[in-house]
Design a protein around this ligand. Structure first.
Ligand SMILES: [Ca+2]
Length: 169
């Protein structure tokens, strides 16, 4: 069976680190420590630099830049010739994501199926013993031909030593 194409226009991964901030109160000479969230963009891809980068087709299909539809800029990453729902754009995040840390995942997706399809953004993890596990990062039921934002914050499990993210539909 041939499955219709899946398109990604842009995506961001933001690290949400907690760090202690020390405040001095003016009235009393006391210092207070409070945990503050610091957001750092660790990956931004919009494909508008005309570069597929390190994105590959997971499992099967053809991956390439496409300028027929885009949510931002004029380029998107498109995967066609898919035979299985999990065959989507994928990226290794081994040196990007740290086990135990929380990240905000945000991406704009689109599909060319004839029906409403669930698009899921998934992380495939591997532990030190080689066992694979999957964590759903975000998902939505999406009308054909409609740009949809997938966004969620997820903590990467402590035991993960390898991580790959991919989109499926
Ligand atoms: Ca784009």
């Amino acid at each position: 069976m041939r499955i219709k194409s899946l398109i990604l226009s842009a995506m961001t991964i933001v690290a949400m680190s907690l760090y202690p901030a020390i405040y001095s109160s003016a009235e009393e000479s006391e210092e207070e420590t409070e945990l503050v969230v610091e957001d750092t963009i660790i990956l931004y891809e919009d494909f508008d630099n005309y570069d597929v980068g390190k994105w590959v087709a997971f499992g099967g299909g053809k991956i390439f830049l496409d300028n027929t539809v885009s949510h931002s800029g004029d380029q998107s990453l498109k995967i066609t010739d898919r035979s299985n729902s999990y065959e989507g754009p994928s990226l290794s995040c081994d040196n990007l994501l740290s086990p135990g840390e929380a990240y905000m995942f945000n991406g704009w997706v689109y599909h060319e199926s004839d029906n409403v399809e669930k698009i899921s953004w998934t992380a495939k993890l591997r532990d030190e013993f080689g066992a694979s596990s999957f964590v759903q990062l975000a998902s939505a039921d999406i009308e054909p031909g409609t740009w949809t934002n997938l966004a969620n914050s997820v903590q990467i499990p402590e035991e993960a030593v390898e991580c790959m993210i991919y989109f499926e539909c």
